[in-house]
Design a protein around this ligand. Sequence first.
Ligand code: TRP
Ligand code: ZN
Length: 470
Amino acid sequence: MLRRSSPLAAFVATGLTLIVPLPAVPAHASTGSGAYVPGSAGLGDPYFPQAGNGGYDVGHYTIRLRFTPKTRHLGATTTITATATENLSRFDLDFSGPKIGKVEVNGERASYARKGQELVVTPRHGLPSGKTFTVEVSYAGRPKAIKDRALGVTGWIDTKDGAVVLAEPDGARSWFPVNDNPRDKATYTFEITAPEGLTVLANGEPKNSGVAGPRGGYRTSTWEMRRPMAPYLAMVAIGKFKVTQGVVDGMPNITAYDPSLAKEFKHLHGTTAKAITWESKIFGDYPFSSTGGIADRLGVYYALETQGRPVYDAGMADEPTIVHELAHQWFGDSVGLRSWKDIWLNEGFASYAEWLYQEQHGGPSAEKTFAEHYKHKAGSAFWKLKTGDPGRSGMFDWNAIYVRGAMTVHALRRKIGDETFFTLLRTWTKENRHSTVTTGDLIALAERLSGQNLDDLFDAWLYKAAKPKL
Ligand code: TRP
Ligand code: ZN
């Protein structure tokens, strides 16, 4: 599912991404309506040029897999339903998972080649623009996490008694073939088979009552995410878990923690409910049909806002972190990114949610928090990167993205005033629900609601590696 937000915004954007498809190569087949050409190998993201692919738009992923923690063996079939957006002679998926057994397109064997992270699929017949097609990829072996010096460990992460997937920004390809760009959202079905006695969780809700079997010592759990989701937010968790099921604001709240984390995470269920209720008041209607959280010993030292149900590593149980990951459900998950260099739109708003939560729960005001950070001297390392374009390795820079991202949000609040600011939060999440945005879209909306020209403010806070004047 590809959805663009307002075209007007393109004119305002300072940090706009150009999509540069690879040159179209004439192909073997052609029809009256134009030549069949290969889809491009990337979508032009400046930080991740290989991630995502051109020529089609995914509507749904069905990921069926069986995992045996003892041997670390994964056997999987992923079925993709997509729509061609040009006449395709072949197309790419992103895939860095284990050995492929076969690839089928529309039920017929297709030839394929693996080149780096690209899985190049050549179907028997060209795929006409506008037509829906299915791709089925079967693969088996031991999946591996992706280790990046700047971005940490992502993808398929083995745990003592199972595995958990965390894939921001480009770890999805470690466990399923995917159009791995945040702008191609899709719905998902997960059919996960694991040894009896283990629990399986994923995004969304369990289908029917969720679990089938046992058969041969395994059980199958089916989970569905029925709202559009970016690939990096897709998650499964397999292992021993203590699960709590409840209801918050009329929807399921499903939380789980590894039993060895009971002390640290016993408040996860209640804190999740409290944060969701408060955030729905500030940010507007919650965008998904269930919530929750999962805590496990991962050794990655971060939490991730996996859609509908964030994942927390050991040591990440504090209330502000839970508020942060759940704020991402609005900022980052529902309102998604078109380009990774706008990552501050995710992290700045999620971090600002922590400041606001404090402010409204007896802690320091956001103004006070802002003032503390503003004490950093001009010329210091704190101001070194550009918040609106930090570079691939700066994507998760604490100062440039998390702190200065939140400071940018606060600077906007100071400029447009509380009433317009809180209207902006709700309008932004409402108008861009289940869609993707750019920084230009935010500037356009803030200018529309405030009637002010905000170019200088955003330029100073986002596109200068220097301390802005107040
Ligand atoms: N997006 C996560 C959060 O802020 C953090 C995160 C994901 C992260 N991947 C990372 C942080 C890699 C550092 C490195 O909630
Ligand atoms: Zn975050």
